[in-house]
Design a protein around this ligand. Sequence first.
Ligand code: ATP
Ligand code: MG
Length: 559
Amino acid sequence: MSKEQKGLNFIEHIIEEDLKNGFDPKNIRFRFPPEPNGFLHIGHVKAICLNFNLGKKYKAPVNLRFDDTNPTKEKQNYVEGIKKDIQWLGFQWDKECYASDYFQQLYEWALQLIDQGDAYVDSQSSETIAAQKGTPTQPGENSPFRDRPAAENRALFEAMAAGKHQAGTHVLRAKIDMAAPNMLLRDPVMYRILHEPHHRTGDAWCIYPMYDWTHGESDYIEQVSHSLCTLEFKPHRELYEWFLTRINPSEGLLPKQREFARLNLSYTVTSKRKLKLLIDKGVVSGWDDPRMPTIAGMRRRGYTPQALQNFADAAGVAKRDNVIDVSMLEFHVREHLNQIAPRAFAVVNPVKLIIDNYPEGETETLTGEINPEDPNAGTRELPFSKTLYIEREDFKEEANRKFFRLTLGKEVRLKHAYIIKGEAVEKDANGNITAIHCTYDSKSKSGSGTEESMRKVKGTLHWVSAEHALPITVNAYDRLFQDPAPDKDKAQDFMDHLNPNSLVVQKAFGEPSLATIKAGTTLQFQRLGYFRLDESSTPEKLVFNKTVGLRDNWQKKNA
Ligand code: ATP
Ligand code: MG
C-alpha cells in the first residue's frame, strides 16, 4: 500500500483500484438518492458527506436523485425539505433528478424484458405469491402464469399501464429462478398497479416500478459510476446487476453498486418510519422538533453544518454495522460552537441577590468579551446594579469545602464584575429563600488592574441585573430516549423508551444584549451551555432552544 493510500476509506480504495485498472477518472459520478417520504436524518448526513466529499475529491459530479416510486408515501414538501437540508449542510448537487422522470424509459425496458422472455405478468394475489417464495433452505414454487406467452404478457402489461385493471389483480415479475439461493432473485416483482396520483407525474401512471427495478436503471441513465448504498442492500446487488445485463444497453458504462455500513447512533432512532410515528403520535411537534435527529431538527436545535460534517468525518466509513455514541456527535457540536458562539449571561433558575453596600439607584456599564476564543469578536455591555439575579444552585446556606460557589461568609467573583461576600438570606413562611444579601468590594472590578481585582477567589458566577434583565423562555432539551438502544428489541416498542423529561420549558432572565440577537444564532450562555434563538421568537417573547450543555454529564447523571 502506498503512503498516500493509507488514509483512504475502503470506498476510496475501491475507486483507486478501478482507476488503476484503467477506469477513466472523467467518468466518475455519484448520486445521493433519498426517497421523498420524510425529512433527512443523521444517517443521511453520513451518506451525503460520503458522496459529496468523494465528488469533491475526484472532481466528479454528484446528482441528487429523488427515488420517488411510491406515490402513497411521497410528497412535494419532502422534496423541498430535502433540498434545503442538503444545501444547509454545505453541499451542492450537479443535476436534480427524479426516478419518476424515467417512468417512460423504465416502461419501455420492461416491455423489452417481456419480449425477451425475462418478465411475465402474474395474476395471483400478493399473498399467494409470497406463499410460493419458499424459504432460504427450500426452493420456491413456480407461478402458474410463469410461462405465459410473451405476446399475452405484453398485452396485459399494456392494459395494466392503461388503467384497465384494479390494484392487486396483476403484477409484472422478472423471470429469474424460483430456486435461487438469494431469495431476492425468486422472480421479484417489477411493477404493481396503484391507482394513486403521483406528486410529479399526476395521473399519468397507475403502475409503479419497484425499488430494485428502478434503482440500477436510474443509475445507468444518469451514468453513475459508483452507486453507494447501505449494507442491507448487499443481497440486492445480484439483482441490480441482473437487471442491468438484461436491459443490455449498447452504450455507456454499467454502474456498480457498492455498500457501506449504516450510521447508527445510541439513544436515537434513525428510520423515517419511526420518526414519522413520533410526529403522528404527538411525541414531538414535527420533523423540525429540536429533539429529532433530523437535519431540520438539529438545525433548529443549534447544531452547525460544520459540526455535522466533522462528526461524519470522525465516524468514518465502515464495512460493518456499528453503533456510534451520541456523545461523540455532541462533542463535535460543542467543539465547533465553542469556537464561534457569542457569549452571554442568562439565569435559568433565578434567585435575587442584593448588594447591601452598592449605591441605591445606580447603574454602571461593565464589559464582557463576546468570545474569548476569537479576539476579533469584540465586547458587549453588561449593566450592573444593586439587585441582580443569580442561579439558585449557585448558593448554599451551608456548604462543605468543596462548594466553590456562593455561601455565607465566603467570597466569589461575579464574572466581569466584582468580588462579593455572602452575608444573609431572606426567607418566606415556608423557609424558601427569596433573596440573598451580600456585600461587594468596590475595588475588585474585573480588569481594573487594582491589587484587589487580582485577588484569587475560588468561584465565579454569572448574573444579570434585575431591572435590566430580559425575560426569556428556554426550551431545555434532553435526549428523546433514555435507553441507549431504543429500537433494539422487536418485542418492545421503541416508544416505551421515551425520556419523559426530554423537554422542560423554563422561564429565565437574559442579559439585555439578547434583544439584538438574530434568530438562528447560537449563543453560549456562560456556565450553562449552548442555546439557539428560535425562529418562533418575537421581540416580546424570546425563545431559546438548548443545543447542548458545556460538558457531557449524561454518563454521570445516569451512572
Ligand atoms: P429510512 O429507513 O430512514 O427511510 P432509507 O434508507 O429508506 O432510510 P432513503 O431516503 O431511501 O432512506 O436513503 C437515501 C440514502 O441514504 C440511501 O443511499 C441510504 O442508503 C442512505 N442512508 C439512509 N439511512 C442511512 C444511515 N443510517 N446511514 C448511512 N446512510 C443511510
Ligand atoms: Mg427507504
